[in-house]
Design a protein around this ligand. Structure first.
Ligand SMILES: [Fe+2]
Length: 275
């Protein structure tokens, strides 16, 4: 089934948690640039639970895994078990997308594989921009056709398009080689639809809030390592792992906040010069 429906607990308000770029390994103890990524996702989820906000659902915007392993997806399913709501996802460039769509229904009922979600008067599309084994993104024709079909079908709803790769440049030369390489095709498609209000991404491991032709494009800190903004070459940021809350209102309004763990809890290895 490619479309699901959820009714929010509070009519007129949809409360969403975005998690992104957990970069989990087959081993819980494995580290990415010095950070134990399973620990950092676990601490993020503890912090979310401690904040006690109502959540209707979670959107995980890719790079769940760092090593494409089945075990990394099993660890993700275990770590999110405490969250009191369903989790929707899309693959990132470090994921094995076909494995995710196949395996999550077998190992957990909490992670949903639907690529379209209807919630009150909004429609959400979860697109796969992964090109297996390379860092940049590309939306295949069937992904764009899927999005266009859902937008036409639900043209009376406002839309949020979710994908891993941020479709705009972030003024960071090394990261800007890894953008969505058919960004013009994608942005041309969404800009023809006034209903599209937001594009929600991961991949850049930093907070971004830019506009593309009147559409708000958000990116969110990773639950693991952070990339230094505006850095010409690869560089790590000293900010802590993060997450994003979004509230969508019936009148089309959106409120959003990025929260982070304290910066001293997970300190990366700044000596590493590549990723
Ligand atoms: Fe990532």
């Amino acid at each position: 089934m490619d479309t699901e429906c959820i009714a929010p607990a509070h009519p007129g308000e949809i409360h969403i948690l975005q998690l992104t770029d957990s970069h989990l390994f087959a081993s819980r103890d494995a580290r990415l640039l010095g950070i134990a990524t399973a620990d950092s996702l676990g601490r993020v989820i503890e912090a979310v639970l401690a904040e006690g906000r109502h959540l209707d659902f979670v959107i995980m915007t890719g790079d769940v895994s760092q090593d494409y392993s089945l075990e990394s997806y099993e660890i993700f399913a275990e770590l999110i078990r405490g969250l009191p709501c369903p989790v929707f996802f899309l693959p990132g460039n470090h994921d094995d997308g076909p494995l995710m769509y196949r395996i999550f229904p077998r190992i957990t009922s909490q992670v949903h594989v639907a690529k379209c979600l209807l919630c009150e008067d909004w429609v959400f599309c979860f697109l796969n921009s992964e090109v297996y084994g390379v860092a940049h993104g590309w939306l295949q024709r069937d992904e764009i056709e899927f999005m266009n079909a859902r937008l036409r079908e639900h043209q009376d709803r406002r839309a949020v398009i979710c994908l891993h790769h941020y479709p705009l440049l972030v003024d960071s030369a090394w990261l800007d080689t890894q953008t969505l390489h058919n960004q013009n095709e994608f942005l041309s498609a969404v800009s023809q639809r006034e209903q599209v209000k937001m594009i929600l991404c991961g991949h850049v491991h930093q907070e971004q809030d830019r506009q593309a032709g009147g559409i708000r494009c958000l990116a969110t800190p990773s639950t693991s390592i952070q990339f230094a903004p505006l850095s010409h070459d690869f560089g790590l940021d000293s900010k802590g792992p993060g997450w994003r809350y979004l509230t969508l209102y019936r009148d089309g309004g959106v409120s959003t906040e990025v929260h982070r763990l304290p910066p001293d809890l997970f300190v990366p290895d700044y000596g590493v010069r590549g990723y």
